[in-house]
Write a protein that binds this ligand. Structure first.
Ligand SMILES: Nc1nc2c(ncn2[C@@H]2O[C@H](COP(=O)(O)OP(=O)(O)OP(=O)(O)O)[C@@H](O)[C@H]2O)c(=O)[nH]1
Ligand SMILES: [Zn+2]
Length: 356
């Protein structure tokens, strides 16, 4: 990592400078690189330090999780030494949000300001398309561009076949097979762009941490934690942002078995673009695809071009979204519309790049 400009090597650019302008006289910018309960590790011009959140946090957006998350750019009160205080979270470019565990419906930001959301699944077993679809939908919804990374290709007889089998489930999304053991990581490296942030998401044991180490070229210090005196310590931590030599940034996350949707329908629309396009062609606008005449969805199933399991998971995610939407919050709705615009822009860009 080039040391002459620590902020730039963390992804700082003109847009962040603009967002930071209101704080420039009293606070310093930093990026959240690790999170441990209410303690954070932030990195900036002065290197890494421990940080806590101020009692009153400035955040313009109260419909999503307002607390800082790994990847966030924050304005901190650095003080001469000791623990820094996070006074504000800069507006997020993207946010991978899931519904937090627990009874109350509450959003939780898994990673913020991510450019590429990599869904990681091992080829030691046949990838579960339904599981991948759900993660890809949330990835689109986050505002990032999804990517599917199939790991442990060395444990699979025909990785290319596995890639080809998964592609129709995630139209428009790049699917790559890699092996950390065999050192075949180039298909993933192609997505590592200087200044861009890529998050690795997937179940425990999928090989995420192994990928981080392989891309770093050395074993990362076990993990980073935060101590009250502000100095780093090496024990287990959860989410973590790691700058790579080439200038890209990786976010490793703990294994995630389940993923409950949070947010609008743009992500589902993008993931099931084929099914959505069929549904648009049904004779009745409000077709439930349940035996109505002139149903293009039923026709596609009959013709064998749409699998019943793919249709079933689309319905399931749609139902989940409808359930969330019943909370009926105008601010949340406005946010969802804005988010959908970003998603559609990403989809269009991806298709355009693909078409070249
Ligand atoms: N054969 C083979 N094994 C691998 C490969 N990559 C990772 N593994 C093994 O898979 C196991 C799990 O890898 P991790 O990197 O710890 O998985 P993880 O996704 O980080 O898991 P969590 O941190 O629990 O979320 C380890 O025993 C690795 O050695 C690979 O390319 N090939
Ligand atoms: Zn229909």
């Amino acid at each position: 990592m080039p040391n002459d400009n620590p902020l730039a090597s963390l992804g700082w650019d003109d847009e962040w400078r603009t967002h930071f302008a209101p704080f420039v006289n009293s606070l310093v910018p930093a990026r959240v690189v690790a999170e441990h309960r209410s303690r954070y590790l932030v990195a900036g011009d002065g290197g890494e330090r421990s940080a806590v959140v101020a009692g009153r946090l400035r955040h313009d957006d109260d419909t999503t999780d307002a607390r800082p998350a790994v990847g966030d750019w924050v304005a901190v009160d650095a003080g001469p030494d000791g623990v820094a205080v996070i006074r504000a979270v800069l507006p997020r470019r993207t946010a991978f949000v899931r519904r937090a565990a627990g009874r109350a419906a509450r959003p939780q930001v898994v990673a913020a300001n991510v450019d590429v959301a990599a869904i990681v699944a091992p080829l030691s077993e046949p990838p579960n398309a339904r599981w991948v679809e759900r993660f890809v939908a949330v990835a689109w919804e986050s505002g990032a561009v999804p990517l599917v990374v199939l790991t442990k290709a060395d444990l699979c007889n025909d990785p290319e076949d596995a890639v080809a089998a998964l592609r129709p489930s995630v139209p428009g999304v790049d699917v790559v097979a890699v092996s950390a053991s065999a050192g075949t990581l180039d298909p993933l490296r192609a997505h590592l762009v200087p200044g861009r942030t890529l998050v690795l998401l997937g179940k425990s044991g999928a090989g995420k941490s192994t990928l981080v180490n392989a891309l770093l070229g050395h074993e990362r210090m076990a993990t980073r934690d935060v101590r009250d005196d502000g100095k780093g310590r090496h024990t287990t931590t959860h989410r973590e942002l790691v700058p790579l030599d080439g200038g890209a940034l990786l976010v490793d996350t703990p294994g995630m078995r389940e993923l409950a949707l949070w947010g609008g329908d743009g992500g589902v629309e993008a993931t099931y673009a084929d099914v959505e396009a069929l549904a648009d062609e049904c004779r009745f606008r409000d077709c439930a695809h349940d035996g109505e005449p002139g149903c293009a969805v039923a026709d596609a199933v009959a013709a064998g071009t749409l699998g019943t399991d793919r249709l079933a998971s689309w319905r399931k995610l749609r139902r989940e979204l409808a359930h969330l939407a019943r909370r009926d919050d105008p601010r949340a709705a406005a946010e969802v519309r804005a988010r959908t615009k970003v998603i559609m822009r990403n989809v269009t860009r991806l298709y355009r790049e693909r078409g070249r």
